[in-house]
Design a protein around this ligand. Sequence first.
Ligand SMILES: [Zn+2]
Length: 62
Amino acid sequence: MRKTTACRSCGAEIIFLKTEKGKLIPVDAETVTEGDELFDSKGGHVSHFATCDDPQQFRRSN
Ligand SMILES: [Zn+2]
């Protein structure tokens, strides 16, 4: 199993994946499959920015 992190804002389980540009972004854990390393929205990954109750918090702490 992949190690998940609880979102500091809403408590959802998230996993950090890299984008093609090498930036780490939070992704909803349920959309990540074992072995995934790069964020791929076409592959079904959903950025937690899109689903979080308070995504502003992420952007600021980045
Ligand atoms: Zn959240």
